[in-house]
Design a protein around this ligand. Structure first.
Ligand code: APR
Length: 245
């Protein structure tokens, strides 16, 4: 079946999903590649609410290190190309990232949801509020809002917790004409299911990844293999020049 046409028009909406692969060329490790973060740390210890209750200093150290690395990292051409696409696209555009680094913002992206939270935020378990955070966090850190200390956690969505912005994301997927998945292994739900949601809504689905993800196989109309820093700028250019669909 020939691929559906994607008009470059105010009526055409794009939803983009990114994962750790888009930040790899900015020097930030992915999770599941060889030597990746989950090869060095146990998910149960550092990415679950139970792990945090068991050993808060271990979890704070883990995210403090990531926050320091992300603070000095710079966006790469893939981040920049998506910010340019957002600015140039005449229709609706939404960027949903699973990443907790701030590289999309640094590249200029605005219509952006951090569905798994962000390193640059705190969540207070005493007052339940969230807000911006910079620097190291520890069990002694006081909540900037309620003043209570010892109740702060990084504003990260851990396994077993509900990601942020889900109603808005599902609404956008239900209205998408083009869905792009960039630099994600498609192993973590609900993000791994977004391609199916978009496809059911009639969207053209495209994967840009180092290697085509096995799970998404058959769900993508187009699979572009390669480093995101190379493939995304070319794809965005071709899309905006009407050379693709
Ligand atoms: N360019 C494009 N893709 C790349 C690059 C690159 N330079 N380097 C690696 N990749 C691909 C890998 O082949 C892999 O398919 O990026 C993907 C990264 O997959 P994961 O490490 O599983 O990261 P991600 O999909 O973002 O993980 C999802 O899992 O650990 C949790 O909450 C965490 O948000 C994260 C979620």
């Amino acid at each position: 079946m020939p691929m559906r046409k994607v008009e470059i028009s105010a009526a055409t909406s794009i939803v983009v999903l990114t994962g750790a692969g888009i930040s790899q060329e900015s020097g930030l490790d992915t999770f599941r590649d060889a030597g990746g973060i989950w090869a060095r740390y146990d998910i149960d210890d550092v990415a679950t609410p139970e792990g945090f209750r068991r050993n808060p200093p271990l979890v704070h150290d883990f995210y403090n290190e990531q926050r320091r690395e992300a603070a000095v990292a710079a966006p790469n051409p893939a981040h920049v190309a998506l910010a340019d696409l957002e600015k140039a696209w005449p229709g609706r555009f939404l960027l949903v990232t699973q990443n907790i680094d701030g590289l999309h913002e640094k590249a200029g992206s605005k219509a952006l949801f951090h569905m798994h939270g962000t390193l640059d935020g705190f969540l207070c378990e005493a007052c339940g509020k969230r807000g911006p955070w910079a620097g190291d966090m520890s069990t002694a850190s006081a909540c900037p809002l309620c003043g209570r200390d010892g109740a702060l956690r990084p504003d990260i969505v851990w396994f077993g917790e509900m990601p942020y912005f889900m109603p808005e994301i599902y609404r956008a997927l239900g209205e998408a004409d083009l869905f792009l998945s960039i630099g994600t292994s498609g192993t973590v739900y609900p993000a791994a299911d977004f391609v199916r949601e978009a496809r059911q809504a009639g969207a053209v689905t495209v994967e840009l990844n180092l290697e085509a993800s096995r799970r998404g196989h058959g769900l993508f109309d187009l699979e572009i293999e390669g480093k995101a820093g190379d493939s995304v700028p070319v794809f965005v250019d071709d899309l905006l020049e009407g050379r693709l669909f």
